[in-house]
Design a protein around this ligand. Structure first.
Ligand SMILES: NC(=O)C1=CN([C@@H]2O[C@H](COP(=O)(O)OP(=O)(O)OC[C@H]3O[C@@H](n4cnc5c(N)ncnc54)[C@H](O)[C@@H]3O)[C@@H](O)[C@H]2O)C=CC1
Ligand SMILES: O=C([O-])CC(=O)C(=O)O
Length: 253
């Protein structure tokens, strides 16, 4: 069975612990040591107080469910410790130089980096953008102001309109999906981010046009109970990615 170390024991970390299938969680790390210890009580895994000890433990894959900052700080070290890496805070790869450095390192060490589909559907066939023209790719995200940590917002308001790699710098906890779309399609993504007090879901609308035709995808996500910025689907997508890593047949492009 694949063994994993969980980097980040917050909302997603705890959902993974409660729902994981086909993998064994053996190590836990969080910048707030109490969170790793609490998570350790829910599963038979050891909580570590420092990153070096966490990475020296024997297991196959680090699952990052922490922050862009954590992914930036620890990705290279994870790979150098001979472990594959699942990155939930995919916004870290909006920095092209960092992305190149980390993919070169993984390639030279023979390690893999996995990016879950996260809070959206459709990354699978969007990858056709790597071999065929995509002429339009727009993500329109709408969330309740609470999910965006905004206290006062009386009506639907556009917070950002521009490109994904700029949006993620302003909203690192809310637009990781835009960077996942960019990585899958191999091209820039236009983003609109809206706060709307009348919605109670995290809504992602994706508009795609290209040589294949056109597609529109709308995902109306339930926010996670412990972190409204994060859709519950994002945590389920990691659980599913991990389950499928150990299986012989791959479904989806
Ligand atoms: N790719 C996607 O579609 C999605 C990505 N995300 C991202 O996934 C990540 C985790 O989300 P949640 O669990 O909801 O967040 P959370 O805030 O509930 O939990 C994050 C945990 O990681 C810990 N942490 C943060 N920075 C750290 C560091 N430098 N070193 C060690 N521990 C650190 C925090 O103390 C916290 O316990 C976030 O970056 C979020 O933006 C969330 C939803 C969708
Ligand atoms: O992409 C993100 O950072 C989080 C998000 O929008 C969601 O979970 O719906």
């Amino acid at each position: 069975m694949l063994t994993i170390g969980l980097l980040g024991c917050g909302n997603i970390g705890n959902i993974i612990i409660k729902n994981h299938v086909g993998v064994d969680i053996v190590a836990l790390f969080d910048q707030m040591p109490g969170r790793a210890e609490e998570a350790g009580k829910l599963c038979d895994a050891k909580a570590f107080g420092n990153i070096e000890d966490f990475l020296n433990e024997d297991y196959d894959i680090v699952v990052e469910a922490a922050s862009i900052d954590a992914a930036q700080k620890y990705a290279a070290s994870v790979l150098e410790h001979g472990k594959d890496l699942v990155v939930m805070s995919v916004g870290v790869f909006a920095d092209e130089l960092f992305r190149q450095e980390i993919t070169d390192l993984a390639s030279s060490l023979g390690q893999k980096i996995y990016i879950p589909s996260g809070a959206i559907f459709g990354l699978d066939n969007l990858k056709i953008g790597q071999v065929s023209g995509i002429t339009r790719l727009l993500l329109r995200t709408t969330k309740n102001p609470r999910s965006l940590n905004i206290e006062e917002c009386a009506e639907r308001t556009c917070l950002f309109s521009g490109m994904a790699n700029e949006c993620i710098r302003h909203y690192p906890k809310n637009t990781n999906v835009s960077v996942a779309l960019e990585l899958a399609a191999g091209r820039d993504v236009e983003v609109e981010l809206w706060a709307d007090p009348s919605v109670d879901r995290n809504v992602h609308e994706i508009f795609i046009e290209g040589d294949f035709g056109e597609a529109t995808i709308t995902v109306k996500n339930l926010p996670s109970p412990d972190n409204p910025a994060t859709s519950y689907l994002a945590a389920l997508s990691i659980v599913t990615l991990l389950k499928n890593l150990g299986e012989p047949m791959r479904v989806g492009t």
